[in-house]
Ligand binder design. Structure first.
Ligand SMILES: Cc1cc2nc3c(=O)[nH]c(=O)nc-3n(C[C@H](O)[C@H](O)[C@H](O)COP(=O)(O)OP(=O)(O)OC[C@H]3O[C@@H](n4cnc5c(N)ncnc54)[C@H](O)[C@@H]3O)c2cc1C
Length: 443
C-alpha cells in the first residue's frame, strides 16, 4: 500500500484513532529525539549541527594525514560552543540543568554519538578531555575541584581552550588496572615519592589520548608504601595533576594507529617531576577507587562512540545504495540489499537503546557500563564490516566512507579496557548477586 493510500485509509478513522496512528513521516533520528526531555533534545540537535559544521570538513585530511593535523583550532571552536566545559554547571561550566534527573551522562552519550557519527577520531580528540577531567570531577574532594576543575571549566567556557588528558596505561601495563585480580598483582612503573612540599613522580605512560596538546594530565602513580616494599595498584595508586611545562615532564611520539587516527595517542615521560601537594587529587592511595569509577562513567560514552560509528557506516551504505545503479535500477530497489540495510539500521537502533538505558543509571554501575561498552563496540565492528560488503570495491576504498568506520570500530574494542576485560568486569559485577549469588534468576 502506498503512503497516499494509507493516509486516505487513516482519514476514515475517528479523530482518536487518527491520533493513535503513527504515519511514520519523520526520520528515525527525529523520532528518537522526540522521546528525550526537551533540554536534551535541544542538546542532541546542537551536537549534530556542531559535528556536521565543524568536524565534517576535517575528516578526510585528519584521517589520512594525522601528523599534519593540528586540533587546536577545533579545540577553540568546541570550547566556544560550550562542549569542553560540561563537567560543571553554570556559572563555572556548561553542564545542562537537569542532569540529576536525566542521568549524569545523558548529554555526554548524545554528544559522543553525534561526534562519532561524523568522525570517531575527531570526536575522541574532544571527548578525551572529559576523561582527563573525570578524576577531578568524581573524586568528591572540594579542594581538588576548586583548585583544578573550576578554572579549567571556566577557561573553556570563556573560549580559552585548556585541554586535559588521562594517563594510566604504561608500556608494560594496560589491562591490569581494568580488572581487580590484575590490579592485585600488577606492578606499575610510574611511582610517586613524598618529599618536602609535594611529590616526585617518575615513569612513562603510553597511548595517552590528547597528550600531545594537553595543558594538564591526570596521572596515576604508585605511591611508595608506608612500610617499604613494592607498591600495589589496588592499595597505593594515587592520582596527581601534572601541568605541561613542569620540569621533567615531556611528551614523546604519537602512535601511527589503525583507526581513530585524528586523535593522537602519545607517550609521556616523567623524569623526577616535582608536583606540589596541591596537585594531589583527593587523598593519597585513593587512585584505585577513582580509576574504577572513572571507567564506570567513561565506558558509557565509549559505547555511544560505537553507536556513532555504526550509524556512520549505516548511513554511508544507505546513501550508496540510493545512488548506485545495478541492472538499470538503484541497489536500494533490490530486496536482498534492503534486508541487509534493515539489519544495519536495526542493530544501530538496538545499540542506541542500550546506551540510553545505561545512561539512566545513577550513578553508573560497573556491570552496566561494561556491558554497554562491550556490546556496542563489538556490534559496531560487525555493522561496519557488513556495510563494507554492501559497497564492495567502494567499501575497500579509503574515500568510500565505510572502511574508516571499520578501522575506527576496531580501536573502540580496545580502549577503556579491552572488550575481553569488560566481559570480566561484567562477570565480577554480577558475581555476588546474579551469578554465584543466584538472586534475580527465576529458575
Ligand atoms: C586509541 C587508543 C586510545 C587510548 N587512550 C588512552 C588514554 O587516553 N589513557 C590511557 O591511560 N590509556 C589509553 N589507551 C590504552 C588502552 O586503555 C589500553 O590499550 C587497554 O587498556 C589495553 O591495554 P594493553 O594495550 O596494555 O593490553 P594488554 O593488557 O597487554 O592485553 C593484551 C591482551 O590480553 C588480554 N587480557 C589481558 N588481561 C586479561 C585477563 N585477565 N583475562 C583475559 N584476557 C586478558 C586483553 O584483553 C588483550 O586481548 C588507549 C588505547 C587506544 C588504542
Amino acid at each position: 500500500m502506498s503512503s497516499t493510500e494509507l493516509r486516505r485509509s487513516v482519514e476514515l478513522l475517528k479523530p482518536l484513532g487518527r491520533v493513535l496512528f503513527d504515519l511514520g513521516e519523520v526520520s528515525l533520528w527525529e523520532r528518537e529525539t522526540a522521546t528525550l526531555p526537551r533540554r536534551l533534545a535541544r542538546r542532541r540537535r546542537a551536537y549534530r549541527d556542531f559535528a556536521r559544521r565543524e568536524l565534517a570538513p576535517l575528516v578526510a585530511g585528519a584521517d589520512e594525514d594525522p601528523a599534519g593535523y593540528d586540533p587546536r583550532r577545533l579545540l577553540g571552536v568546541a570550547a566556544r560552543a560550550g562542549l569542553q566545559s560540561e563537567q560543571l554547571p553554570p556559572p563555572w561550566g556548561t553542564m545542562p540543568l537537569g542532569v540529576v534527573k536525566d542521568g549524569p551522562l545523558f548529554h555526554e552519550v548524545l554528544k559522543a554519538e553525534e561526534l562519532a557519527a561524523v568522525c570517531a577520531g575527531l570526536g575522541l580528540g574532544l571527548l578525551a578531555h572529559g576523561l582527563g577531567l573525570a578524576p577531578l570531577q568524581l573524586c568528591g574532594d572540594l579542594r581538588t575541584m576548586r583548585r583544578w576543575l573550576v578554572p579549567v571549566c571556566r577557561d573553556n567556557r570563556a573560549g580559552r581552550p585548556r585541554l586535559a588528558a588521562f594517563a594510566i596505561t604504561e608500556p608494560a601495563a594496560g589491562s591490569d588496572v581494568e580488572d581487580t585480580a590484575g590490579a592485585r598483582v600488577a606492578r606499575f612503573g610510574t611511582s610517586a615519592r613524598r618529599v618536602q612540599g609535594g611529590y616526585v613522580l617518575n615513569g612513562q605512560k603510553v597511548f595517552i589520548t590528547g597528550a600531545a596538546y594537553a595543558d594538564l594530565v591526570t596521572v596515576f602513580a604508585t605511591l611508595e608504601p608506608e612500610g617499604g616494599g613494592a607498591g600495589r595498584v589496588d592499595r597505593d595508586w594515587t592520582c596527581f595533576v601534572v601541568e605541561r611545562g613542569t620540569p621533567g615532564f615531556r611528551t614523546g611520539r604519537s602512535e601511527h594507529k589503525l583507526g581513530q587516527r585524528a586523535a593522537d595517542a602519545t607517550e609521556l615521560f616523567l623524569d623526577d617531576v616535582f608536583v606540589p601537594s596541591d596537585n594531589l587529587v583527593a587523598a593519597e592511595r585513593s587512585g584505585w577507587a577513582i580509576n574504577r569509577n572513572v571507567l564506570n562513567y567513561s565506558r558509557l560514552p565509549v559505547g555511544a562512540i560505537a553507536v556513532g560509528i555504526a550509524r556512520g557506516a549505516t548511513e554511508a551504505a544507505t546513501v550508496y545504495c540510493r545512488r548506485t545503479c545495478l541492472g538499470g535500477k538503484p541497489l536500494l530497489a533490490y530486496q536482498e540489499v534492503q534486508l541487509t540495510l534493515a539489519d544495519l539500521w536495526l542493530e544501530t537502533m538496538a545499540m542506541r537503546a542500550m546506551v540510553w538505558q545505561g545512561a539512566r543509571h545513577i550513578p553508573p554501575a560497573q556491570g552496566i557500563s561494561s556491558a554497554v561498552k562491550t556490546f556496542c563496540g563489538d556490534r559496531a565492528v560487525a555493522v561496519a564490516a557488513r556495510a563494507t560488503e554492501v559497497l564492495a570495491d567502494d567499501g575497500a576504498h579509503v574515500r568510500g566512507g565505510v572502511e574508516k568506520r571499520f578501522r575506527d570500530g576496531r580501536l573502540n574494542q580496545i580502549y577503556e579496557g579491552t572488550n575481553q576485560l569488560n566481559r570480566l568486569a561484567l562477570v565480577e559485577a554480577l558475581w555476588e548477586t546474579d551469578l554465584a549469588g543466584g538472586h534475580g534468576t527465576s529458575i
